[in-house]
Design a protein around this ligand. Structure first.
Ligand SMILES: [Zn+2]
Length: 634
């Protein structure tokens, strides 16, 4: 019958499937780990004794035992020891707020023992009516429009009664939050086991809304004269006969006024050393969504702690750091800004789009493969002409649309893939610059290219079981990449060529200052606590903007071929070194520092050569493809 035939057929196919899967995943090509014989000494490289780990049922540890012949156990569980004495363990741990792991190494009659005390991050040791003071949200200064509800939340003992005593004697009751606790970012980003992404309800989160019901009789609000509260509200947690009281450091001001006109500037004293961009988020702790250039004019209508809410247009808001927001010097004109006729000009390979405005309004740019869409908030169009310029062909078509009553979209289509773009405020206008692909000789694609190589870290960086850390490994790979690129005719600028710390922003500033044509940031990976390193390691390459994706794919393909470890694929990531828009920029995570064989490979010339060649071959392939990229028919 059909079912049996299917089963038989499937069983017959299985060896073939296995064989082909085996062909796609070759045995590791990394250099062999050298054998080490020496004193039996247990060293734990991670985690440090007494530290708090953020894990579920199991966690990883790594270090060395000093001898490849050692038999090694942690909490009674057997752990493999690499030829160089390094070990990586994935260990089941007790469901307790703190615990001690016993580590035992044996070699014949010789033995060594160690104990490792650990605790769990986010687990509160206390019993009874506990409350986590760090979880009070929001706290600090809040100002908000009259009638705007304010959500309050706190972590406290499950099953307790939670309420807030307001200075005027009113009581705000909290309810247990019935929504599931979010899965940690680390698990979301790294764990390929879907079962670990199931969320659970902890019952320790309590929520309440401070709304209009508490107005106008004071409550948490100051009096109508606008004075501050004389004392903070008091949070009370009751569980059985146990009661805990803590003050909630919060002041709330309500405003009936219209939004305040503000100017965005991350460097008001002109000290330099900033990126001249204000980051906007969809909610106060959200991801980066808007990149608003210095000089943008807009309005603010709410503040929670150090976050200010901008009203970009009637239906769009963004949260930004209060440090970047300044009261606009001139009195506010409540009408939208007026956009005049856009004009294109070209000069030394750069195409410039000037968007005339009566005020530099907030904007965003969304990219596609061969075009981009500019959104202007708080603006109305009075555009009539569009001048395409005499000498430019790169921009094929510009159209604009009054998308809503105070929002305009401008669509820009290019005749080749966009290499890069940037924007600045000039007077009250927005000026965009577009970069076409450079002239590339397909026979010598690296000749004349200006490439920035960024060896990741320090500060920071992951380390391996035997103590090799990213700053050293990444620099060794970076130097090997540089030498190969120079051999093939490229000009290479290194963001660092020594052990000294370089922060992220100066690395990007250097790439901008040398007018980079391409940037590769070199890293080696690590996992967050609680993710299985044996099933989740491999090679990955990150990019941010669509124009960088072809470079990311080309380099990822060559890295996977050269390193022979699992292919984790390319990924979009909002990382400082891949965020620049003026040139294709990628970040490679070639190997995982915590895996003994991968750490060991990074100590050898062959391992470094494999990593470096992968990057150079990938860049070469990308440039060859770019040289062949056709001009689209009109
Ligand atoms: Zn790194």
């Amino acid at each position: 019958m059909p079912l049996n035939r299917l089963v038989v057929g499937f069983a017959g196919l299985l060896p073939i499937l296995v064989a082909s899967a085996g062909a796609q995943r070759p045995a590791s090509v990394l250099p062999a780990v050298p054998a080490v014989h020496g004193n039996l000494t247990i060293q734990v490289a991670y985690p440090a004794a007494g530290s708090a780990i953020d894990a579920g049922d199991s966690t990883f540890l790594f270090g060395t035992v000093g001898d490849s012949a050692a038999k090694f156990t942690i909490a009674g569980q057997s752990v493999a020891v690499a030829p160089n004495g390094a070990w990586l363990a994935w260990i089941a741990i007790p469901r307790d707020s703190s615990f001690v792991l016993a580590l035992v190494a044996k070699r014949g009659a010789d033995s060594s023992t160690a104990s490792l005390p650990l605790s769990r991050a986010g687990w509160v040791r206390e019993s009874g009516a506990w409350v986590d003071p760090k979880s009070l949200a929001p706290n600090g200064e809040v100002w908000a429009p009259q009638g705007e509800p304010l959500a309050l939340s706190v972590l406290a003992a499950p099953g307790s009664l939670v309420h807030l005593l307001l200075p005027n004697g009113a009581v705000l009751r909290f309810a247990a939050d019935s929504t599931a606790a979010p899965v940690s970012e680390g698990l979301r980003n790294f764990d390929r086991d879907e079962r670990n992404l199931v969320r659970t309800i902890h019952g320790d989160r309590f929520v309440a809304t401070l709304g209009t019901a508490l107005n106008p009789n004071g409550g948490l609000e100051p009096s109508s004269e606008g004075d501050r509260l004389s004392r903070p509200p008091m949070l009370v947690i009751a569980l059985g006969r146990d009661t805990t009281r803590i003050p909630w450091p919060l002041t709330v001001s309500r405003s009936a006024d219209a939004p305040v006109a503000v100017l965005l500037d991350d460097d008001p004293r002109r000290l330099g050393g900033t990126d001249r961009i204000t980051i906007g988020r969809a909610y106060p702790t959200g991801t980066y969504t808007w990149f608003l250039p210095q000089g943008t004019r807009t309005r603010a209508d709410m503040r929670i702690g150090d976050q200010v809410r901008l009203r970009l247009s009637r239906d769009a808001i963004a949260w930004v750091s209060s440090a970047d927001v300044h009261r606009a010097p001139a009195t506010d004109d409540p009408r939208p800004a007026i956009m005049g006729s856009p004009t294109l000009t070209a000069e030394s390979g750069i195409t410039r789009l000037r968007v005339p405005l009566t005020r530099p309004v907030p904007m965003s740019v969304d990219e596609s493969e061969r075009g981009l869409i500019i959104t202007l908030y708080d603006a109305v169009s009075n555009a009539n002409w569009t001048r395409y310029g005499a000498d430019q062909r790169f921009v094929r078509l510009i159209t604009w649309k009054q998308e809503a009553q105070d929002r305009i979209t401008i669509s820009v289509a290019f005749d080749r893939p966009l290499w890069g773009w940037r924007v600045r405020v000039e007077g009250t206008d927005l000026v965009y610059e577009f970069r076409a692909p450079p002239m590339i000789d397909p026979a010598h694609p690296l000749a004349g290219r200006r490439i920035v190589i960024d060896p990741g870290h320090p500060p920071g960086g992951a380390c391996g079981p035997t103590g090799l850390c990213e700053p050293e490994a990444n620099l060794a790979v970076g130097r090997a990449v540089r030498d190969r690129l120079i051999d093939r005719g490229a000009t290479v600028i290194m963001t660092r060529d020594g052990p000294d710390e370089v922060e992220l922003w100066p690395r990007v500033a250097l790439a901008d200052s040398v007018d980079a044509e391409l940037l590769v940031s070199i890293h080696n990976n690590a996992l967050p606590d609680g993710v299985n390193p044996f099933t989740n390691n491999g090679t990955s390459t990150f990019f941010n903007h669509p124009q960088s994706l072809p470079l990311a794919r080309a380099v990822q393909d060559r890295l996977v071929a050269n390193l022979g470890v699992r292919d984790l694929g390319v990924a979009r990531g909002d990382l400082a070194l891949v965020r620049p828009t003026w040139y294709p920029a990628i970040l490679t995570e070639g190997l995982f520092m915590m895996l003994p064989d991968q750490e060991s490979a990074l100590r050898t010339p062959e391992g470094l050569q494999r990593y470096a060649s992968g990057i150079v071959e990938g860049i070469t392939t990308f440039l060859q493809r770019s040289a062949r990229a056709e001009i689209l028919p009109p």
